[in-house]
Ligand binder design. Structure first.
Ligand code: FAD
Length: 432
């Protein structure tokens, strides 16, 4: 089964998984280098937002759910001071003298890159995810390398309730983990894989895409927790590693009623969508005015080179996801559908504040923000014309620091999951 060149029909594709796997093997090492840089490892997040949907009956209290927060002096001064405003101010300063150049057209058969023009609609309005208030005293820096995504022990009705409500955002889905934890009565449910996948077949391509993205995220989290599982827990020794039976329980076709392979297909789909967003972000980052602000111009330039290298590699992938096949047809209907999908993603990012395990909440928030940023890049209310901006005008499309950091880290998670699949395949083969 394959996932490339996903067009009108998400399940109709014409290249194999091996193409993605071997491409990912080249990409991941470059990505890892980037993600170890201070700019990308320090992520500012508010883990204390109140769940807006239901009362969270206390945090889970599990040892591995804890998050180590940074003390202020751990975060380099330049990064601490690179608030969104400063970032934009920096950009504006440069924009006065630089022509942004044409928006790159070669990725799309259509007229132009589909990049967003958020600034003209009000920045908050068209996001696909809720972004924490950077300035809130509750927002704190976290060193992602010191808080890896791994098995925490968070499970049971609480976590199912989160997953259920996330899938419910794709309303009219017959999917439900357990109707008792269904957070709304909007959707009619029946479960089981067969019913579900035949339901999915009948849905419009956008709904299937939505489902695939969430299912891909879910699969990625399951792979990470299986790959960094707590294998041994004695007071003097804690050993983390691959847990093959946990992986099999979640993905083996026979043990999941045939659903496991579908979940992995969704993971590849998510990979292709985020990869496409990276490729499309290239012209934005290529602007001379685009800057990763660290407070040291030399460092800014070096980092930008590293980022450009990753984006260029992303762009070199020959078989990209074709987002122009989504939201086509009747203009009014397409606009309504797009708005529905955007709102659903906004709600999903809010649901992350209901996750009762801090470590899971951290990575859940980061990955939904990264996915939201990908969608922000991919889908625009309007196609941006090549912008020879006049002096002093703000760039038409901007990405804030949090968006850049979450975009790259979220993709790093999916890319790592795909790489972990190779390890699990080898371990499974050994077992045989
Ligand atoms: P779950 O993974 O909870 O899945 C519930 C049901 O959903 C399954 O029975 C199946 O019917 C269906 N399902 C499973 N996978 C898919 C898929 N890919 N696509 C479609 N349907 C699917 N735990 C950790 O140990 N570490 C973490 O970092 C972590 N992060 C989390 C982040 C979030 C946002 C959430 C909601 C949970 C997180 N968890 C984490 C918990 C973890 O996802 C599981 O809920 C938990 O391990 C219990 O797993 P489970 O076997 O009950 O099935």
């Amino acid at each position: 089964s394959c996932f490339c060149q996903v067009s009108g029909d998400l399940d109709d594709c014409s290249c194999d998984v091996e193409t993605i796997d071997s491409f990912n093997e080249r990409l991941l090492p470059q990505l890892q280098v980037l993600l170890e840089e201070d700019y990308f490892r320090f992520y500012k997040v508010n883990l204390n937002q109140v769940c807006p949907f239901w009362g969270v009956s206390g945090l889970c209290g599990l040892k591995d759910c804890a998050v180590k927060l940074c003390s202020p002096n751990q975060v380099p001064e330049g990064i601490r001071s690179s608030s969104q405003d400063q970032f934009s101010a920096e950009v504006n300063e440069c924009e006065r003298t630089e022509d942004l150049g044409a928006v790159d057209v070669s990725l799309s058969d259509e007229t132009r890159e589909v990049l967003l023009d958020w600034s003209e609609h009000g920045d908050g309005e068209k996001r696909f995810c809720v972004v924490d208030d950077d300035e809130s005293p509750d927002s704190q820096y976290v060193d992602l390398l010191l808080n890896p995504e791994r098995f925490t022990g968070y499970r049971g009705p609480e976590s199912w309730r989160i997953w259920t409500s996330i899938y419910e955002e794709n309303c009219s889905s017959p999917f439900s983990i357990d109707p008792r934890f269904s957070s709304s009565s909007r959707c009619a449910y029946s479960s089981t894989g067969k019913v579900f996948y035949s339901w999915l077949e009948g849905q419009c391509v956008e709904k299937r895409a939505f489902y695939r993205l969430i299912s891909g995220l879910h699969a990625s989290i399951s792979i990470h927790l299986s790959a960094r599982y707590l294998l041994e827990d004695r007071w003097f020794q804690r050993q983390w590693g691959h847990n093959v039976s946990e992986f099999r329980r979640r993905f083996d076709s026979a043990l999941t009623g045939g659903e496991g392979p579908e979940r992995l297909r969704s993971l590849y789909f998510l990979f292709l969508v985020e990869l496409r967003a990276l490729a499309k972000a290239l012209p934005v980052v290529q602007r001379p005015s685009f800057r990763l602000f660290t407070g040291r111009p030399e460092e800014d330039r070096r980092l930008k080179e590293l980022l450009l290298h990753v984006l260029q590699l992303a762009r070199s992938f020959p078989l990209h996801f074709d987002e122009t096949s989504l939201f086509t047809g009747d203009e009014q209907e397409a606009a309504t559908l797009k708005e529905d999908v955007r709102r659903a993603f906004l709600n999903i990012s809010r649901v992350m504040d209901c996750v009762g395990c801090f470590r899971c909440r951290l990575w859940g928030k980061l990955q939904t923000q990264g996915l939201g940023t990908s969608l922000k890049i991919l889908f625009s209310e309007r196609q941006i014309e090549a912008p020879p901006l006049s002096r002093g005008q703000r760039p038409r499309f901007r990405l804030g620091r949090q968006e850049v950091v979450s975009l790259l880290n979220a993709f790093g998670r999916v890319s790592t999951s795909i790489s972990e699949l190779k390890t699990f395949r080898a371990l499974l083969a050994e077992e045989m």
